[in-house]
Design a protein around this ligand. Structure first.
Ligand code: FE2
Length: 185
């Protein structure tokens, strides 16, 4: 599969009446081809922030290849849009939060293995971490331009809310990665 074919499938699903469900359907159909998709996206590093992860960006759709190395844990963050992840390789734990009167509350957790799909609504906050020795690599599809949408992140120690700022995000990621686990308020 070529990159433009992957983009075309997701972009067509984005035009449907229920884009989140339709995009999930596209990713379900791709489950048998995850090795090929990983080869196709081999030219994207996936490490070093969204700018080195993106391979398609438009006002209503962003496509990323995201690579979390061993030991990497994100701070709690949202995406400003719904999101669907298809894990291509490795193992990735996701801790999901809801907001309760503005405060984060842990809602659930799910561990993704190759072929697993996770869908998050626009108001979902999560922490992602690599559980495997090798990197956790995923295809991420977002229902908006996540480079422009207002997004939030939380200090992993104090759970203070911030507007997304990449320099501060990396600082928070270093702190989060040293902790024993994702915050569990
Ligand atoms: Fe995320």
């Amino acid at each position: 599969m070529k990159v433009h074919e992957l983009v075309a499938r997701c972009a067509l699903a984005r035009e449907s009446a229920d884009p989140m469900k339709s995009v999930r359907g596209v990713l379900e159909d791709l489950r048998g081809d995850i090795a090929e998709i990983e080869r196709t996206l081999g030219y994207i590093s996936g490490v070093g922030g969204n700018a080195r992860q993106v391979f398609y960006r438009s006002p209503d759709l962003t496509l990323l290849k995201v690579c979390f190395p061993n030991g990497r844990r994100t701070p709690p963050h949202d995406h400003g849009a719904w999101a669907t992840i298809l894990l291509l390789s490795g193992e990735e734990k996701n801790t999901l939060y809801r907001r309760d009167n503005g405060a984060l509350r842990k809602a659930s957790q799910v561990t993704l293995t190759p072929g697993s799909i996770l869908t998050m609504r626009a108001d979902t906050v999560h922490v992602a971490e690599c559980l495997s020795d090798k990197p956790a690599i995923g295809l991420h599809v977002y229902g908006g331009d996540i480079f422009e949408l207002p997004r939030r992140m939380w200090n992993p120690e104090t759970l203070e809310e911030h507007a997304l700022d990449w320099a501060l995000y990396e600082n928070f990621a270093r702190i989060a990665s040293k902790a024993a686990s994702a915050p569990a308020p």
